[in-house]
Design a protein around this ligand. Structure first.
Ligand code: NDP
Length: 292
């Protein structure tokens, strides 16, 4: 079997086009421009690339982008003051603090200072609670993008066995909550899981969010399963820099029914979902109908 490739890049382009259309309507009919503020503290090279991409995508769909680049030595008080200012700014509908933050800053404290209605990353404790109890939340972008691709591929997910490898607050846990919300039977695996291969082989849907290059190999995949590879790992192979996922693509694609590539799978969907969340936040802030 050779797996169907789930083209996250093309899917994300469709989502961005829908967002752009909705943004244009908001401008015309309501005189509103959704705004996204991105805060970057320090000079982490990967974070700089992400922030640049987010800025370009935000502008491209017609939204306002507010970038705040702060020195690595910025104090917690200064950062919290900026978040207070963004919370109060009616032009800003979404606030994203790029993680990781430098070690002297308490990420939990900073994230929980964001007005939950503007928390487009969905990391505020209120949004985590709302998602966990099945209420209307801001949903973290990466798992939301994965869910959209899964729904698109499968239609209904009800009753499917889903295994999520990884239990981070950013990806693994919210992914599991979303799959549970769609009535999957969910297993969360992690570094202490016994016989990971056997657990993975039970999955109709296998989501890898581990941060270990090519760790999930074809022998861990049930024939016909759908494999979602969240991992982004920069490695060097044959003297060249290369981006690989947490899944060993060739061996997994030989067994799976469908698979997301790296790059071009989950990554583009994450940014598209960030834009969709910002649009949703803007509509909610003004009591307007939300995008579907
Ligand atoms: P974390 O490091 O926060 O979490 C990794 C998880 O994997 C942990 O729960 C850990 O278990 C588990 N794990 C580690 N080693 C093993 C192992 N040998 N067997 C089983 N489980 C293991 O990572 P993130 O969730 O933040 O990110 C995961 C990956 O996704 C990374 O490659 C990251 O770059 C990528 N990513 C991609 C995004 C995108 O847009 N495509 C967005 C966000 C992340 P334990 O808890 O027991 O330590």
């Amino acid at each position: 079997m050779t797996a169907k490739v789930i083209d996250g890049k093309a899917f994300a382009a469709r989502v961005r086009a829908q967002v752009a259309e909705h943004v244009a309507r908001l401008k015309e009919e309501n005189g509103l421009t959704p705004g996204l503020a991105v805060v970057l503290v320090g000079e982490d090279p990967a974070s700089q690339v992400y922030v640049r991409n987010k800025h370009a995508s935000t502008i491209e769909v017609g939204m306002a982008s507010f970038e705040h680049r702060l020195d690595a030595a910025t104090s917690e008080a200064e950062l919290l003051a900026l978040i207070d200012q963004l919370n109060a700014d009616p032009k800003v509908h979404g606030i994203l603090v790029q993680l990781p933050l430098p070690g002297h800053l308490n990420a939990e404290l900073v994230i929980n200072r964001i007005n939950p209605a503007k928390d487009v990353d969905g990391f505020h404790i209120s949004n985590v609670g709302l998602l966990g109890t099945g209420q209307k939340a801001m949903v973290p972008c990466t798992p939301l993008g994965c869910l959209m691709m899964l729904r698109d591929h499968h239609g209904k997910l009800s009753g499917l066995n889903a295994v999520v490898v990884g239990r981070s607050n950013i990806v693994g846990k919210p992914m599991a909550q979303l799959l549970l919300g769609d009535s999957c039977t969910v297993t969360i695996a992690h570094s202490r899981t016994r016989d990971l291969a056997e657990v993975c082989r039970r999955a109709d849907i296998l989501v890898a969010a581990v941060g270990r290059p090519e760790m999930i190999t074809g022998d861990m995949v049930r024939p016909g399963a759908t494999v979602i590879d969240v991992g982004i790992n920069r490695i060097e192979r044959d003297g060249k820099a290369k981006l690989v996922g947490d899944v060993h693509y060739e061996s997994a694609a030989a067994v799976a029914g469908a698979i997301t590539p790296v790059p071009g799978g989950v990554g583009p969907m994450t940014i598209a979902c960030l834009l969709a969340n910002t649009l949703t936040a803007c509509c909610r802030a003004h009591g307007l109908a939300e995008p579907e």
